[in-house]
Design a protein around this ligand. Sequence first.
Ligand SMILES: [Cu+2]
Length: 158
Amino acid sequence: MGRRTSGSWPWRRPLAASRVWLVAAATFGIAVAPLPLSSARPAERRVRIEASMAGFMPAAIAVNPGDRVTVELVSTDVVHGLYLDGYGLSVMADPGQPATLTFVADRPGTFRFRCSVTCGPLHPFLVGKLHVGSKGIVWRAAAIAALIAGAAAWPVRR
Ligand SMILES: [Cu+2]
């Protein structure tokens, strides 16, 4: 029976104990830090979406749960519509005549919106995404991952 020696230990650069504590403390700090008010409180949001045969501009919208969202749909060439999956809402706009749709973003998740008027050969590609959710969780997870990766990569000086 062979005995494992300490030389077979896979970590070439072990983390110093003090660094482990520092990372743990920082991770805890990031995880429990209060969210900025702007992302925690429902707000009035107005989003202008330009629709043309080339697509929706912008094609991605992010709002916070509970926001009261007004979408202003502006068609720049022919008649376009916007149908929002999940919420089952739609709005239609003639060129030069913006139309609005107001709703409360009470369902979290990512929902597709697409053109509801057959407007040309590119019609099936007129799609976009509405993201309803706090981005705080994502930022925290990214910050913690970066912190741990950084601490592990930083060489230990002795
Ligand atoms: Cu269309």
